[in-house]
Design a protein around this ligand. Sequence first.
Ligand SMILES: *[C@@H]1O[C@H](CO)[C@@H](O)[C@H](O)[C@H]1NC(C)=O
Length: 106
Amino acid sequence: MKSFIVLALCVAVAIAAPATPDGDAQIVKYESDNIGVDGYSYSVGTSNGINLSENGVVKNPGTEGEALEVRGEFSYTGNDGVLYLVRYVANEFGFQPEGDHLPKAV
Ligand SMILES: *[C@@H]1O[C@H](CO)[C@@H](O)[C@H](O)[C@H]1NC(C)=O
């Protein structure tokens, strides 16, 4: 009986383990444009299907209203098979994410 339980546990663990664990994911795409001034942008893709990209600009440089504005998005396919996409703006008004699965601001 004991050995059956151990075997059943081993089978359960083997079934639950993904073919390629996310910890082994590789970066398959990387682009960066950043000279340290005048904005930046980058994008990354991973072998386990995560994409992200972001760019930042300084608005109203040299004025009292100077602020960094960042726009970006990331996407991945969840364990439920659904593609999750989040687009966001981050600026003087805070971090503002949007996605079909997120509650809408009112
Ligand atoms: C990520 O980008 C690749 C290449 O553009 C695309 O084929 C893939 O569908 C994207 N995956 C997600 C989760 O957006």
